[in-house]
Design a protein around this ligand. Structure first.
Ligand code: FES
Length: 182
């Protein structure tokens, strides 16, 4: 195996280490690309730009090639379509600790299921296999932040805060605009 300098991990999120380990296991081979993208999506719920860039740099492939593969297969999800993203961990530990209740609440309150985005494009829901925080099960990663030991109620409350802070920001912005115009 050729040893070359590895690109820096995009953040200290330990899922990146797991992805790096997976790439090492495959000897950073180009033909492992699809498998690696599956692992990234399994860990993060979707393939963000940072993930595609990290995989491209690690496998020493042009970004265009990685992007072409990621967009060719319908299974792969690039950035979720909604303004906010909610990644539900559907790994075993999370599942048995209450993921079905969380999913019921999301369907009931927001009308979304896994892989879907609310009609107002505010919230996208995706799933990940295990986000590496099993001790906190059940876990969701909302806009990049990990929330653990969730119940349907606490998750609903968290989402309401996040979604309603948008409304407050919009109201503040239009008030500011009115003040400037006055
Ligand atoms: S199974 Fe959910 S964090 Fe590991």
């Amino acid at each position: 195996m050729i040893d070359f300098a590895k690109p820096e991990l995009p953040s200290d999120d330990k899922r990146w280490k797991a992805i790096q380990k997976e790439m090492r296991k495959h000897g950073y081979r180009h033909d492992a690309l699809i498998q690696i993208l599956h692992s990234v999506q399994g860990a993060f719920g979707y393939l963000g730009k940072d993930a595609l860039a990290f995989v491209a740099a690690s496998l020493r492939l042009p970004m265009s090639k990685v992007y072409a593969v990621a967009t060719f297969y319908h299974y792969f999800v690039l950035e979720p379509a909604g303004e906010h993203s909610c990644v539900i961990c559907t790994g075993t530990a999370c599942y048995i600790k209450g993921v079905p209740e969380l999913l019921d609440m999301l369907k009931r309150e927001y009308g979304v299921g896994l892989g879907e985005t609310t009609a107002d494009k505010k919230l996208s829901l995706v799933s990940a296999r295990c986000v590496g925080a099993c001790g906190l099960a059940p876990v969701a990663v909302i806009d990049g932040e990990t929330y653990g030991k969730l119940t349907a109620e606490s998750m609903h409350e968290t989402l309401e805060k996040i979604l309603n802070s948008d409304i407050a920001e919009t109201a503040d912005a239009s008030r500011d605009e009115e003040e400037v115009e006055a």
